[in-house]
Design a protein around this ligand. Structure first.
Ligand SMILES: Nc1ncnc2c1ncn2[C@@H]1O[C@H](COP(=O)(O)OP(=O)(O)OP(=O)(O)O)[C@@H](O)[C@H]1O
Ligand SMILES: [Mg+2]
Length: 497
């Protein structure tokens, strides 16, 4: 009850509205004797004003009074209470006229009880206690009600704050996802630029070398052909054709060994400056034609012959480099296309995993070297509802990696089995294994341990994208020097859609 706190109990604060002084004095004496505090109002109006100014535990109200009778005073008090939202103060009418009309009017005006004056003390006291008790309960109810109301208000506030916090969180999450996507895209673009930059650099410098060498060749060629007779011209052309056809590129160590061997043979044949000439012949990759070359090396114009051959070797080498670089760029472009199309949605169908696996194995069969073995550990499993091209891509990258890890020689074991509601596909190799420090990186786009031109590090990034798209799960186990097993868990969807 806001504003008014009452102390109910034996000692009450009573407002007595009574115009007859002697009666009022007697009541004050009687009630005071049992510990109550009584304030007297000589008519209804005074009683109303007193009530408005202070609070009382109970009101004893006479009916007939000058200026404002008890009924009117009660009506005013109740209206005032309504505006103040106070609890209902008990009002007992005390009258000398115990008529039914008076009783009805008193109750309708807002009274709680009706008694004749001169009632024995204990009865009046008991009635006052009973009404005070009800008022007390009503007050507690009112307090509980307002507390409940406050609690509801704070709960609502808390709910609104939580809803707002949730909204803010969602916005922050969306921004985070967006910025992560942008960061990933930035990383990808940087990696692509880096990957493509190397071959483009090679193309550029090879182009320049070709242009320079072409100048020298065009200058030397007519002079050279004038000085060589027909058979030697023929030998020279043969030499160049052989160099052009030769595809095998020697490693630095092989080249050095070949140079030493050719130099030894040239020295044995009494050719001057054998080492330099040997180096050039090996560069042209014509060491197998050494005997045919000797007449050219013994010719008076040997230096011109070698200069021209060197220019031509440079053109041949640069052209080869350009081809390798272009091959690399187109491989990157192809892999990037596969990487971006991993997001696309193809047609969902029932895919027979056994057929998919066999089709991929067939593609790689010709690359496996002698002595290699493919072990198929297939269980009968139901077809999986998915995109066939996605499945083939995944299997193809895993099998290709497995073969590369074994240098195309070893045992490749592929498995298909059912585990609960899932199909499980495994690809194992007896290859080099994955170094411990690389395990966290193998699914990153452009992470590769292969030498330049052998791989661009997109295979497993594509696999991861497809696996995530279908909510499959991929894992691997690897032991360096022993081999690696990749496994994919493919849940059978509950409904096909
Ligand atoms: N079966 C495996 N055994 C050993 N290492 C593996 C195996 N599979 C993947 N790796 C390692 O993970 C790296 C990343 O593989 P990923 O397939 O993504 O790229 P890549 O094979 O190097 O190039 P790409 O697949 O684009 O031709 C490989 O370079 C290799 O180091
Ligand atoms: Mg790969």
């Amino acid at each position: 009850m806001p504003g008014r706190q009452r102390q109910f109990g034996i000692h009450m604060k009573i407002l007595l509205a009574e115009d007859v002084r002697s009666i009022a004095a007697a009541m004050v004496a009687r009630l005071g004797a049992i510990g109550h505090e009584v304030s007297v109002a000589e008519n209804g109006r005074v009683a109303f004003h007193k009530f408005c100014a202070s609070h009382y535990d109970i009101i004893l109200m006479d009916i007939e009074m000058p200026e404002m009778n008890g009924f009117e005073a009660t009506t005013h008090i109740r209206s005032f209470e309504a505006t103040q939202k106070w609890a209902w103060t008990p009002i007992i009418f005390l009258t000398s006229s115990n008529s039914p009309e008076n009783l009805v009017t008193a109750i309708e005006a807002g009274g709680d009880d009706f008694m004749v004056k001169g009632l024995p003390e204990p009865i009046l006291h008991a009635k006052m206690k009973a009404l005070a008790r009800i008022a007390n309960m009503r007050q507690q109810l009112s307090i509980a009600n307002s507390e409940l109301h406050e609690a509801c208000k704070s709960a609502e506030n808390a709910r609104q704050q939580t809803a707002k916090a949730l909204d803010d969180l969602r916005c922050a999450q969306a921004e985070l996802i967006q910025s992560e996507k942008m960061a990933a895209l930035g990383h990808l673009v940087t990696s692509v630029a880096h990957e493509i930059n190397t071959p483009i650099g090679a193309i550029k410098s090879s182009g320049k070398s070709i242009a320079d060498a072409l100048d020298d060749t065009l200058k030397n060629m007519p002079q050279l052909f004038n000085k060589l007779d027909a058979p030697l011209r023929h030998r020279f052309i043969e030499l160049i054709n052989h160099a052009k056809r030769s595809n095998s590129e020697l490693s630095t160590r092989e080249g050095r060994a070949a140079s030493l061997e050719v130099a030894r043979r040239l020295e044995a044949a009494h050719i001057e400056d054998a080492r330099r000439k040997a180096g050039l012949l090996v560069k042209l990759n014509v060491q197998s034609l050494l005997d045919d070359t000797l007449p050219l090396l013994r010719h008076a114009e040997c230096e011109l012959i070698l200069d021209t051959a060197q220019s031509i070797a440079s053109i041949i080498g640069s052209t080869r480099n350009i081809n390798i670089a272009v091959e690399r760029v187109s491989r990157i472009v192809y892999a990037l296309k596969a990487f971006s199309s991993a997001d696309e949605n193809g047609e969902m169908i029932d895919v027979n995993l056994r057929q998919s696996m066999d089709a991929v194995l067939k593609d790689y069969q010709s690359q496996m070297l002698q002595g290699s073995k493919v072990v198929r550990q297939y269980e009968e499993i139901p077809p999986l509802w998915c995109i066939r091209e996605d499945m083939q891509q995944v299997l193809s990258h895993l099998i290709h990696n497995a073969l590369q890890a074994m240098d195309y020689q070893g045992t490749l074991t592929v498995g298909l089995r059912r585990l609960g509601d899932e199909a499980v596909v495994t690809v194992s190799d007896t290859g080099c294994g994955i170094a411990f420090e690389n395990r966290d990186k193998i699914f990153d786009a452009f992470f590769t341990t292969r030498s330049s031109g052998e791989g661009c590090g997109l295979g497993l990034a594509i696999v991861r994208k497809i696996v995530d798209k279908h909510q499959w799960r991929i894992a691997f186990q690897s032991e360096p020097g022993v081999g690696t097993t990749f496994s994919i868990n493919l849940p059978y969807p509950k409904t096909k859609s």
